[in-house]
Design a protein around this ligand. Structure first.
Ligand code: ATP
Length: 202
């Protein structure tokens, strides 16, 4: 099984990469889902407590806690499906990277998605998912928080780099190349069980 992890600063294009994977029938495991689930188990609203619970999990179970909890989900995502690639969205630190390398060895590939600050700010502003993203200062703070967690160092240790400074279509094509899937049929090297691409975009 090939496990492809993505890493990138806020707004770099990780979510888009995950959309491309899903459209091509490649299962996507989102590390943040582990935290959302933990929030619910503790009776807390994830929208409000996500950051605090992520920190708490790391304190209680170690810096690799979220990666450790994600590993069985990755294996489950591939189980019973005619796929041999799984995409993992949400790596944040080298500790997590090491945990994945330990679990999957050479089958783990870290893909860094890069886009400059101004472009990310513009794209996040356009998306309107989070009002504060249109505020450059808020994005700068988010960047700093992520870098403090170890995201910068993790980016530097990527196996594959994707530059997301061109069109969305060019980016999607590059992601398909890295995932080794086709746009048209969703079949590619990951198997034939995939849904047809094209209409599945969120
Ligand atoms: N090449 C591109 N051209 C135009 N828009 C893009 C491009 N790449 C991504 N976008 C858009 O920019 C926004 C941010 O991208 P995306 O959500 O994939 O980032 P992200 O890395 O997942 O961010 P976050 O960490 O905040 O979740 C999205 O609306 C996405 O559709």
């Amino acid at each position: 099984m090939n496990v492809i992890g993505t890493v990138g600063l806020p707004g770099s294009g990780k979510g888009e990469a995950a959309n491309v994977a899903e459209t091509a029938g490649v299962p996507v495991v989102v590390m943040g889902d582990v935290i959302r689930e933990e929030c619910r188990e503790r009776g807390l609203d994830p929208a409000e407590h996500h950051g605090r619970i992520a920190g708490l999990l790391r304190e209680e179970e170690g810096d690799d806690a979220i990666a450790a909890r994600t590993i069985p989900r990755i294996r489950e995502a591939a189980e019973g499906r005619d796929v041999d690639t799984v995409l993992v969205d949400g790596l944040r630190s080298t500790v997590e990277l090491e945990r994945f390398r330990e679990a999957f060895g050479d089958d783990f590939t870290l893909v860094a998605v890069h886009a400059p600050f101004e472009l990310r700010a513009e794209r996040l502003g356009e998306r309107g998912r989070d009002d504060s993203d249109s505020d450059l200062e808020a994005l700068r703070e988010r960047d700093e928080r992520e870098i403090a967690l170890g995201l910068g160092e993790t980016l530097e240790r990527a196996d594959v780099e994707i530059d997301n400074t061109g069109t969305l279509e060019a980016f999607r094509e590059r992601v398909r190349e890295v995932l080794d899937v086709d746009a048209g049929t969703g079949s590619g090297a990951t198997g034939s069980n995939a849904e047809p691409a094209g209409g599945g975009r969120r």
